[in-house]
Write a protein that binds this ligand. Structure first.
Ligand SMILES: *[C@@H]1O[C@H](CO)[C@@H](O)[C@H](O)[C@H]1NC(C)=O
Ligand SMILES: *[C@@H]1O[C@H](CO)[C@@H](O)[C@H](O)[C@H]1NC(C)=O
Ligand SMILES: *[C@@H]1O[C@H](CO)[C@@H](O)[C@H](O)[C@H]1NC(C)=O
Ligand SMILES: *[C@@H]1O[C@H](CO)[C@@H](O)[C@H](O)[C@H]1NC(C)=O
Ligand SMILES: *[C@@H]1O[C@H](CO)[C@@H](O)[C@H](O)[C@H]1NC(C)=O
Ligand SMILES: *[C@@H]1O[C@H](CO)[C@@H](O)[C@H](O)[C@H]1NC(C)=O
Ligand SMILES: *[C@@H]1O[C@H](CO)[C@@H](O)[C@H](O)[C@H]1NC(C)=O
Length: 450
């Protein structure tokens, strides 16, 4: 009678007082299930494919350097005794390893999702992408010594993105995930080309800290850009113009706004040409810009498509940034955030990608996410609403992250206080290896469940 984990999860929603008794019940429940499991597979709460993956979990490495080699390089990269030229040479080696990881990702994905179609390969310009990221974060001088660096060394699209959990399920399949990142790579390219400052915010910031990836059960990528750059956004992408009659959209047309910055070669199909920006308004004003591909499916009863990147403009004065429009943010109140907690932005691991992230994660998160009294490292939140279909009940679920450790990968972090360095590794019980590694200069420890 108490064996339905979904009902349990619902009871736990935002009710921390129930946690302890519920966890005890869940424990009893799990114990019961273990007893049941030998002859009854219907109640597998952990994961649907755990048994398959633990058997043939073969990550082929795309690189000549091993995981341990990369770990050693990271140690040297942050060694204060290392000369600047030494740091530069290590950085270049790491970028080359990263290029290998990205290349493997694109090949795996195009094979799996597009039968090796040439449009798929052409849609991601790895050379240019790596060039922009390297150029922006290259340790050109002493001041630009890296603040953080790492790689998702063992990224296997099919295996990693096939896991699912009945408490916080994902509706993002491996190919959906690829399409999210295919979009993200192209959006990053355009942002770099147009010289627009951007960095991760909200759920995606939680994701890179806790999973070195998008939150496994999340569907969007969230970025911050300065309000002053919104004109550049509007000229860098085609604009989706929606004639609105009495609040109901009728037809959808697009207009092309040629950006001086974007010059596309005419001889190959371009993913960029399919990208549009849509101004998302509440009743007052534009609250975010949604960028998506016209090749993606429409989200029911909206003017946008999925996957999409949500870009939130922020206002700023000399010392602080704050969400725009002030206090009317559609995703809850955002507090002022000191620029010293944001700058210099540094690279974080988002699956096979590297993405600029605010400098002080804990303090930035505090201003960007409504945390309530709990920590995002202990409480995992999601909802039942299917964003990509714009349907379903909006029930928020909050479960202790611990209950998901056997299904989804989680970051384990260690801090070396004498050197103010933090080292993170991604743990995944279904494989007996560490999947990713990340090192950064950290002033404080982040709370961890692992
Ligand atoms: C990164 O950029 C620097 C400076 O432009 C360049 O010297 C270096 O070769 C680049 N590294 C890679 C791996 O492309
Ligand atoms: C794509 O190419 C790879 C390598 O050439 C091959 O092993 C794979 O079977 C191909 N996939 C499809 C779906 O054709
Ligand atoms: C994950 O499981 C849920 C049901 O719990 C299902 O609706 C969803 O489609 C699954 N996701 C994937 C990517 O298969
Ligand atoms: C989208 O809306 C149409 C019409 O209302 C409906 O038939 C369809 O099932 C919806 N699709 C999804 C995925 O919800
Ligand atoms: C910027 O705004 C914050 C929040 O209102 C305020 O505390 C700070 O003094 C302002 N800084 C400047 C230089 O005006
Ligand atoms: C901190 O790092 C230094 C240098 O890598 C190492 O010698 C020392 O043992 C580390 N301390 C701890 C507590 O791990
Ligand atoms: C994962 O990393 C930890 C810490 O570096 C190490 O002790 C452990 O042996 C690694 N696990 C595997 C399976 O390599």
């Amino acid at each position: 009678m108490y064996t339905n984990p979904v009902l349990f999860a619902r009871m736990l929603i935002n009710n921390r007082r129930l946690w302890i008794p519920c966890m005890i019940l869940c424990g009893l429940c799990a114990a019961t299930l273990v007893l049941y499991q030998s002859d009854n597979n219907r109640h597998n709460v952990e994961t649907y494919i755990s048994s398959q993956t633990s058997q043939d979990f073969s990550f082929s490495s795309a690189n000549s350097l091993t995981y341990d080699d990369v770990k050693l390089l990271l140690d040297q990269l942050f060694d204060s005794q290392m000369s600047l030229s030494g740091v530069q040479s290590i950085w270049n080696k790491l970028i080359e390893v990263w290029r290998g990881i990205l290349t493997k990702f694109v090949h795996d994905a195009c094979d799996l999702c597009h039968h090796n179609g040439s449009y798929c390969y052409d849609s991601i310009d790895i050379t240019r992408y790596v060039h922009y990221i390297n150029e922006s974060f290259y340790p050109i001088n002493e001041i630009k010594r890296p603040v953080g660096m790492g790689l998702y060394y063992h990224f296997d699209l099919k295996t990693l993105r096939s896991v699912n959990n009945s408490i916080l399920p994902t509706d993002v399949s491996p190919c959906d995930y690829f399409h999210m990142l295919q979009l993200m790579i192209n959006v990053q390219l355009i942002l770099h080309q147009a010289q627009i400052k951007y960095f991760l915010t909200k759920g995606t910031l939680i994701g890179v800290l806790r999973h070195h990836d998008v939150i496994p059960w999340d569907t969007d990528i969230d970025l911050f850009i300065p309000q002053s750059a919104t004109n550049k956004i509007l000229t860098s992408f085609r604009q989706l113009e929606i004639p609105v009659i009495k609040g109901v959209s009728t037809t959808t047309t697009t207009t092309t706004t040629e950006s001086s910055g974007i010059r596309l070669s005419k001889d190959r199909p371009s993913f960029h040409k399919d990208l549009v920006v849509y101004r998302f308004k509440n009743i007052y004003k534009v609250t975010s810009y949604k960028i998506f591909s016209l090749r993606s499916p429409i989200v029911n009863r909206t003017n946008y498509r999925w996957p999409k990147i949500d870009i939130f403009p922020y206002e700023e004065n000399a010392t602080h940034i704050y969400a725009y429009p002030k206090h009317q943010h559609n995703l809850g109140t955002m507090y002022y955030l000191a620029k010293t907690n944001v700058d210099p932005v540094y690279l974080r691991v988002l699956g096979p990608l590297l993405i600029p992230s605010p400098r002080h994660p804990r303090l930035s998160l505090k201003s960007m996410v409504r945390l309530g009294r709990s920590s995002v490292f202990f409480a995992c939140e999601g909802n039942t609403f299917l964003h990509r279909y714009n349907r379903g009940p909006t029930d928020n679920w909050r479960v202790p992250c611990k209950e998901l450790h056997k299904t989804y990968p989680f970051v384990k972090s260690e801090r070396n206080a004498t050197h103010s360095l933090c080292f993170e590794e991604l743990k995944y019980p279904q494989s007996n290896r560490n999947l990713s590694l990340y090192k950064y200069r950290c002033e404080e420890d982040l709370p961890r469940t692992l």
